[in-house]
Write a protein that binds this ligand. Structure first.
Ligand SMILES: [Mn+2]
Length: 414
């Protein structure tokens, strides 16, 4: 297209200026993502959406005669309306029988546990908070050109039965649940919970494979000291994870660390174990693309899989007030979402989204940010074709039996 420069000899009437400026800024629409995505949408299938609406009519009965759209049922079922329903994450099917998770590409599981919290509690309500606001979303992302409903299968397995006053028993329950999902071949997506769950989540995956696992950890805090307040708390997951034989500390990459809340105990361990820390200033200097490249290079060096741990407090606390340890100076939301997508594009063997504390949240914005991180990661996995790549490495799957307590609830062993 030929570009005609503005005619400076003309009067500077505002309408002339607007017309000239428009010509100047859009010489070639076909180079804009906005234009490309608009065209590309036509190629995304709609079959699953049709199927969901038919299912909704069967489950929710036909709508009133006065309603013209005959796909609207009497009882709300499925995605619509966004303000209604007893919702799972993204209103995905509820795998009430958890043996069904094997039928889905990815499984969301809530881990309502905040017993590892050393400041503000409330993350036990994280899974509920994230699920609730996730109902706001459609499964389609315009910029990515992805429709999760059409291009992958997702279920919600509900929550792990954690034990509020017992960290170690809760850890055992969490590892068992994560092992079950990972062994089934479905990608485990954990919603915490405080960050102490990082250790049992990684342990659950690591126990099902002889292969090596790297970790990309987004946080303001290093979370790698051995103990805090005499226990394994939310400040300690990576010390214990990198003690596992197939989780090398040198493949732990911690992105966004900084500020005034990094305990020196943690720094000593990071130094001894030679983990990799990329501070917020490093990210700012290198930019998002190079930071992601560097994180991937270090996390994937000599391992077979990478796990993603996303602490919502890695984002500036102005955007995420509902969290356990708020810290200013963190990622801007666009940086965080872009980094998480870029890391996911190489494939992950599981992810956790932790430290969303709804009692401290405002207008659900922290839970919404958490939802967004998860759907962006899923979208990126679909777009890159890496969803399911972890299945090749499940060589020690576990089988957890169905149970029956035979009339007694407690063991008599003494
Ligand atoms: Mn943190």
């Amino acid at each position: 297209m030929l570009f005609t420069p503005p005619d400076r000899t003309r009067s500077h009437h505002p309408s002339d200026l607007r017309r000239d400026a428009r010509r100047f800024h859009h010489p070639d629409l076909t180079r804009l993502q906005g234009w490309k995505s608009m065209k590309a949408e036509a190629d995304i299938p709609e079959g699953s959406w049709d199927e969901e609406r038919r299912w909704a009519l069967r489950m929710g009965l036909t709508g009133a005669d006065s309603i013209e759209d005959k796909s609207i049922p009497t009882f709300a079922r499925g995605e619509l309306p966004h303000y209604a329903g007893i919702n799972t994450f993204l209103k995905a099917p509820y795998a009430e029988d958890v043996t069904e998770v094997k039928d889905y590409d990815a499984t969301v599981l809530g881990i309502p546990f905040d017993g590892g919290t050393t400041y503000r509690p409330g993350t036990r309500f994280g899974p509920q908070g994230v699920r609730k606001i996730s109902a706001l979303y459609t499964p389609y992302n315009y910029e990515m050109g992805i429709d999760l409903r059409e291009q992958m299968t997702l279920c919600d397995a509900g929550d792990v039965f954690t034990i509020p006053a017992n960290i170690e028993k809760s850890f055992d329950q969490i590892s068992r649940a994560v092992s079950h999902v990972f062994s089934s071949g479905s990608l485990p997506v954990m919603i915490g919970g405080d960050h102490s769950i990082g250790f049992p989540c990684v342990r659950g995956i690591a126990g099902c494979t002889s292969k090596k696992i790297g970790i990309v950890h987004f946080d303001r805090h290093a979370d790698i000291q051995e103990k805090d307040l005499d226990e394994r708390m939310h400040t300690t997951p990576w010390f214990h994870s990198t003690n596992l034989p197939n989780v090398p500390a040198r493949n732990l990459v911690q992105v966004g660390i900084g500020g005034w809340q990094v305990p020196r105990e943690a720094v000593k361990v990071a130094r001894e174990r030679e983990t990799n820390i990329i501070t917020m200033s490093d990210m700012e200097r290198m930019g998002v693309d190079r930071t992601a490249e560097m994180a991937l290079e270090m996390a994937w060096d000599g391992v077979d899989m990478v796990y993603m741990s996303f602490d919502i407090d890695s984002i500036d606390c102005g955007f995420v007030p509902g969290t356990g340890w708020p810290e200013p100076g963190g990622f801007l939301p666009r940086e965080a979402l872009s980094l998480a997508s870029k890391v996911a594009a190489e494939g992950i063997c599981g992810m956790e989204l932790v430290e969303v504390s709804p009692p401290y949240d405002t207008s659900d914005i922290t839970a919404l940010m958490g939802t967004r991180v998860i759907v962006d990661v899923l979208g990126s996995l679909v777009a890159s074709g890496r969803l399911g790549a972890h299945k090749a490495h499940i060589d020690k799957p576990v089988t957890i039996p169905h149970g029956d307590f035979e009339g007694k609830r407690w063991s008599n062993a003494t």
